[in-house]
Design a protein around this ligand. Structure first.
Ligand code: S3P
Length: 433
């Protein structure tokens, strides 16, 4: 088992880019595979989650070269060019891979099976099964969980109001909509990441957007593209946390995506008192990007506005740590989605923080965290990449050494985390066994 051993007392400094955005990388592979012509991706995240999506399309006959140093060349098969896979498609730990692939596969003229690891096979798939079935899909699951057995069928467009704010569900329905008769529309209850809508447009497929509603028509064609993937703000988040809480820190993260549907972490940390400056604002691959400078600042507890929850949905492990390091109480509410991520992030973060001596009141939809000194000790990440990285940063200000268990899945989203964190000054050692 991979463990992190982290000594306290250092600070973070330097200037470096973070790896490519995971959500955008998945979508680049998917749309590149379904496009006509060649798609050249630069800055692709070579994490296990994205590699699973690449492997799935290779199993369906799509030719690709790479990935190598973030470069992937995809020879698009066209919307109708996928071949029946002869093996189950293994999505590993990745909810995005499974849910978006299910959208693509629902309308194919062949059967397919999607499987995942133990964590993924526990996660709710009913949220995609319902709209896809309403479009005419035939998908068998066990109690709304993977494995998903998909019998590809002709689909028809729907007008779907998402019951939960989920970019994965929105994207699954829109991707299925490419294969459906007529128009497919999704309306979301709160804004979620819009990378699918942006990238579909970039590949030449019109998406009409009116406030919370996005619509597209089935058919047509996607055109192969040259595409640069911006740095992942969800990976940058751990460094924003670490530099904010460790006195004397001053760090600049280069080329980070600042799509407004992803910047909840910056707004929340800033409200808590963080010192974060955005410079060199520019556009990369149809997405806004900036360099982000973050310096140490004392934090104050706040009630996190509910509207910011979907805009920071992957950043709550980091925010739990920020809250524990802040003066006073931080209230997290309206965040029940955290219970169905790679782990139950409310329970696992509360458990980990309590193991370090913090006071956390767990709620069904969040937690109330009282700021206090953190002791050292042992924390179990429960195989959740973001929880492992968040606690690694907490060690900066702990009173003793920390040991974080079950860290191998950091490789799903941020394989270079230990090395970058060490270079920035974190006293981290990776131990296996
Ligand atoms: C993602 C959407 C979010 C997020 C996940 C990636 C995506 O999930 O938590 O890490 O790429 O669309 P939900 O759509 O389930 O909120």
């Amino acid at each position: 088992m991979t463990r992190y051993l982290v000594r306290p007392g250092s600070r973070l400094a330097g200037r470096f880019p973070v790896p490519g955005d995971k959500s955008i990388s998945h979508r680049a592979v998917i749309l590149g595979a379904l496009a006509e012509g060649v798609t050249e991706v630069e800055g692709l995240l070579e994490g296990a989650d994205v590699l699973a999506t690449i492997a799935a399309f290779r199993s369906m006959g799509v030719q690709m070269e790479g990935p190598d140093k973030g470069h992937l060349r995809i020879y698009g098969a066209g919307l109708q060019g996928l071949r029946a896979p002869v093996v189950p498609l293994d999505c590993g730990n990745s909810g995005t891979a499974m849910r978006l692939l299910a959208g693509v596969l629902a309308g194919q003229p062949f059967p397919s099976t999607l499987v995942g690891d133990a964590s993924l096979q526990k996660r709710p798939m009913g949220r995609i099964l319902n709209p896809l079935r309403a479009m005419g899909a035939e998908i068998a699951a066990q109690d709304g969980r993977a494995p998903l057995h998909i019998h590809g069928r002709p689909l028809h467009g729907i007008d779907y109001a998402l019951p939960v704010a989920s970019a994965q569900v929105k994207s699954a329905v829109l991707l299925a909509g490419l294969y459906a008769d007529g128009q497919t529309c999704v309306t979301e209850p709160a804004p979620t990441r819009d990378h699918s809508e942006r990238m579909l447009q970039g590949f030449g497929h019109p998406v009409e957007r009116h406030g919370p509603r996005a619509c597209l028509r089935g058919g047509g064609r996607l055109c192969g593209q040259a595409l640069q993937v911006p740095g992942d703000i969800s990976s940058a988040a751990f460094f924003l946390l670490g530099a904010t809480i460790a006195p004397g820190s001053d760090l600049t993260l280069e080329g980070v995506g600042i799509n407004p549907t992803r910047t909840g972490i910056i707004e929340i940390l800033t409200r808590m008192g963080a010192r974060i400056d955005l410079t060199a604002l520019r556009e990369v691959g149809g997405e806004p990007v900036a360099d982000i400078r973050v310096r140490y600042a004392p934090l104050q507890g706040i009630a996190i506005p509910r509207r910011l929850v979907p805009l920071a949905i992957d950043e709550f492990p980091a925010l739990f740590i920020a809250a524990a390091c802040a003066k006073g109480q931080t209230v997290i509410a309206g965040a029940e989605e955290l219970r169905v991520k790679e782990s139950d992030r409310i329970a696992v973060m509360a458990g980990g923080l309590r193991a370090l001596g913090a006071t956390v009141e767990e709620r069904v939809d969040g937690a109330i965290i009282s700021g206090s000194a953190l002791l050292g000790g042992r924390v179990d990440s429960h195989g959740d990449h973001r929880i492992a990285m968040a606690f690694a940063m907490a060690a900066l200000v702990a009173q003793g050494d920390m040991e974080i268990l079950d860290c191998a899945n950091v490789a799903t989203s941020f394989p270079s985390f230990p090395v970058l964190a060490q270079q920035a000054g974190l006293l981290l050692e990776v131990a296996s066994a």
